[in-house]
Design a protein around this ligand. Structure first.
Ligand code: GDP
Ligand code: MN
Length: 348
């Protein structure tokens, strides 16, 4: 099918979507970004793109998170990029700090081993903390308590296509839980025990019942397309929704199933002794506990996070090349695993 928008134009006339209209058609949603003060210039680029293509029409509030206080310059310059409401939130210590049951000597030893296997960010403790927070803690921040949907945005990403409909309303109207643009294989060395821990979790009857009858287990376990990945990851294909872009319904992360699953993984220690990313953790959970038909590929949202693109063939898009998946080295093309998703789940 052609790269048509997922929905026709919605009403953006008058003051309906103006930033301070309490009766607007806006859904209960926020754009959110975890970001460091030092990434301000890169974040401004992301904001400009998203405001130009989407948010200047809908004025969804932005919520910024940081483990440190935001600087005045950060607040001043980001709030100047949007007419929408902005909030600056610090992450509570107990959500960010390394949990008490993690042994830091073992962390160092494990990081040495990961590094020998070329796992990126092995020794960078804050990266492990970030992955853990994005996996199981962001939606517990008090500033998000009254929100249901979110759109995650990182510094230095690009949006290329005009989006003329309210994507949050699309999520609600179509009963979608999660939206993605890019699927990638992960480095199996970063998560050798993630799938085995998942199987352990599912072994009890109580947990097994949490699986959705319309799950995407076959997608998670695919071994046809890249058998070595599956083997090294002990049964998981490593194909995941690339989570630097996420449009999601936090009710899923707040569900009993996900809460119990995250708790199990957190206790198992792999956020520190391995380098489990929030992308594979979110993807496995969605593949097990959610109806696969409630996961949506936003083909019409032109997107780039270095080095990969999602670039639809549409006159609404400017600045990306249709059909090109990467502007990096040629081998990166085989990191695209969207065909796996379509193989098991189809285009709808
Ligand atoms: P990559 O995309 O996997 O290379 O990881 P990034 O460096 O882009 O980090 C992912 C996201 O987390 C980005 O939005 C970063 O700004 C944010 N992030 C990573 N580490 C930290 C941290 O220590 N503090 C804060 N405040 N944000 C972080
Ligand atoms: Mn990034």
């Amino acid at each position: 099918p052609a790269d048509e928008p997922s929905e026709p134009l919605r009403r953006v006339d008058g003051d309906n979507y103006s930033p301070n209209n309490p009766n607007s058609d806006r859904i209960n949603a926020t754009i959110l970004s975890l970001v460091r003060n030092s990434e301000l210039p890169q974040l401004l680029m992301s904001m400009r793109d998203l405001e130009r293509t989407f948010n200047s029409k809908f004025n969804y509030p932005w919520t910024f998170f940081n483990d440190e206080p935001f600087t005045e310059e950060f607040k001043r310059r980001t709030s100047a990029e949007t007419a929408a409401q902005v909030r600056y939130e610090q992450i509570p210590k107990e959500h960010w700090e390394v949990p008490s049951w993690i042994n830091m000597d073992l962390f160092e030893e494990s990081a040495n081993i990961l590094k020998e296997q070329d796992v990126q960010y092995a020794h960078m403790l804050s990266y492990h903390q970030m992955c853990r927070w994005n996996s199981g803690l962001f939606y517990k921040h008090p500033a998000l308590a009254d929100y249901r949907y979110y759109w995650r945005v990182e510094p230095n990403v690009h949006f290329f296509c005009d989006i003329d409909y309210d994507v949050f309303r699309f999520m609600e109207d179509h009963n979608k839980t999660y939206g993605f643009t890019i699927n990638l294989y992960d480095s199996p060395e970063s998560l050798p025990t993630l799938w085995p821990e998942t199987i352990k979790f599912l072994a009890s009857d109580a947990n097994n019942k949490l699986m959705h009858p319309e799950n995407a287990m076959l997608w998670l376990q695919d071994k046809e397309r890249r058998p070595k990945h599956n083997e090294k990851a002990n049964g998981y294909s490593t194909c995941h929704f690339w989570s630097n872009f996420e449009i999601g319904d936090m009710e899923f992360w707040r569900s009993e199933a996900y809460e119990k699953y995250f708790e199990h993984l957190d206790r198992a220690g792999g956020f520190f002794y391995e380098r489990w990313g929030d992308a594979p953790v979110h993807s496995i959970a969605l593949g097990l506990f959610e109806d696969r038909n409630r996961i949506h590929w936003f083909r019409d949202i032109g997107y780039q996070h270095i080095p990969f693109f999602n670039c639809p063939n549409s006159p609404k898009c400017k600045g990306c090349v249709t059909g090109r998946f990467t502007d990096g080295e040629a081998w990166l093309n085989k990191e695209d695993c969207r065909p796996n998703w379509f193989k098991y789940v189809g285009m709808n």
